[in-house]
Design a binder for this molecule. Structure first.
Ligand SMILES: *Cc1c(COP(=O)(O)O)cnc(C)c1O
Length: 410
């Protein structure tokens, strides 16, 4: 298919685009609990208008756009403030969690090589439940990734991780929380281990960094998971997840600007002038930065606390409801993700029946479970979800399994 010879009017195109969306998941009705965060119309409007306001501007040029630089600095400062960043802590906005993790790995690797003199293949020691972004980083940078089985509580097994560390370990990973179960790894114990072995500890708070502090303020008993733990050198926390910002925005944070300096790329070896970039990107969409700044200031602490209360309420309601149906919760989640299995039926079969009812959610594969990453909007549809899963379970139990489907990310 080539490019059309003649242009088409925007009103025609926009109609066609809306039409194409009709086969997509029904996230606006709350029937999706993966990929999309629905924090409500008010947040959505701020995202859109703030994004378009700086859509053409480029975060690559802080001298040209001091506005974006200032907004980025303020977003980082808000992030560090929430995550106990000590005096002198620093960070940047990246395009997403994968980007943040890649940059933290790059910084830890360069630190390991330059400061600790590590030679040969470097390795990362991570729990089995850590995000594949670490494997991606390892692939790109030719590192070895050592995934260590989690404990019976489905959290990082600190003793087993200690065994996996050697002189070439550049990074130890803990998640707050991990994606598959929504559970916070024992970061304090990992921090002690990191200090003992003198290894860089990264906390992947991509999906927790902008919810956990507020759940704690709301009374949740959240264990220390951030820079409050002395061994933590860097963190990733996604703005476009529970920060409810527009997509294309995450934060990568460091205990000190000195540590951050190992992330930065600086090149003067071409005829176009010296180029210094903090993250992987060259051009950086101004809209992602301006929308993040606007949403954070629009919500403020009170706004986030209220939105996240809806998330944890929805999770608690769904947990209670599915338990009544014979499901068991995997661990004791405290934030926005919950996964649950069943002793008698295959959760994947239930997933397939829920899909028939328009629900698009995720799964955990080991142990098998249904998986939800909840948004504030789900507080409104928790009852519908429970009614539908009761129906789905009944169908599966009576042998009416429906079409076999595979839940996967491709
Ligand atoms: C989402 C997620 C990531 C990756 O973030 P992207 O923005 O999808 O690249 C990394 N770690 C955890 C725990 C996540 O939930």
């Amino acid at each position: 298919m080539g490019m059309p010879e003649h242009g088409t009017a925007w009103d025609v195109l926009s109609q066609e685009m809306l039409e194409r969306g009709k086969n997509d998941v029904k996230w606006r009705e709350g029937k999706t609990a993966v990929y999309v965060f629905n924090a409500g119309e008010d947040v959505s409007q701020v995202q859109k208008e703030a994004y378009t306001m700086y859509m053409s501007e480029n975060g690559l040029g802080p001298l040209a756009f001091p506005s974006l630089k200032q907004m980025e600095d303020e977003v980082i400062s808000m992030g560090l403030g929430l995550l106990h960043g000590p005096e002198g802590a620093a960070g940047n906005i990246t395009s997403g969690g994968t980007d943040s993790i890649n940059m933290a790995v790059k910084a830890a690797r360069d630190f390991g090589r330059q400061v600790k003199g590590i030679k040969g293949t470097c390795n990362i020691v991570a729990p089995w439940s850590a995000h594949p972004a670490f494997d991606k980083a390892a692939k790109m940078m030719e590192l070895e990734i050592r995934r260590v089985p989690v404990g019976d509580d489905l959290k990082a097994d600190v003793a087993a991780m200690a065994e996996a560390i050697d002189g070439n370990t550049i990074m130890l990973v803990g998640s707050a929380p991990c994606f598959p179960y929504g559970l916070i790894d024992p970061i304090e114990a990992l921090g002690k281990l990191a200090e003992e072995k003198d290894v860089w500890l990264h906390v992947d708070a991509c999906v927790g960094g902008y919810i956990a502090p507020f759940v704690r303020m709301n009374g949740g008993d959240i264990p220390p998971f951030d820079f409050e733990v002395p061994g933590v050198k860097s963190m990733s926390a996604d703005l476009h997840k529970y920060g409810y910002c527009a997509k294309g925005a995450s934060t990568v944070l460091y205990r000190s600007d000195e540590l951050r300096s190992y992330m930065i790329f600086d090149c003067d070896n071409w005829p176009g002038g010296r180029m210094v970039t903090p993250t992987l990107a060259g051009t950086r969409p101004g809209g992602a930065i301006s929308a993040a700044w606007a949403v954070m200031n629009f919500l403020g602490v009170e706004g986030y606390r209220a939105k996240h209360k809806l998330v944890t309420d929805a999770r608690e309601k769904i947990e209670a409801g599915v338990k009544k149906l014979g499901f068991h919760i995997l661990g004791a989640p405290q934030l926005g993700i919950v996964a649950f299995g069943h002793d008698e039926v295959d959760p994947m079969a239930v997933w397939g029946k829920m899909f028939e009812r328009g629900w698009f959610t995720s799964v955990s594969t080991e142990p098998k479970g249904l998986h939800l990453m909840l948004s504030p909007f789900h507080a409104q549809v928790a009852d519908t979800y429970l009614a539908d899963i009761e129906w789905a379970l009944g169908e599966v139990k009576s042998g009416n399994k429906g079409e076999k489907r595979e839940a996967r990310y491709s």
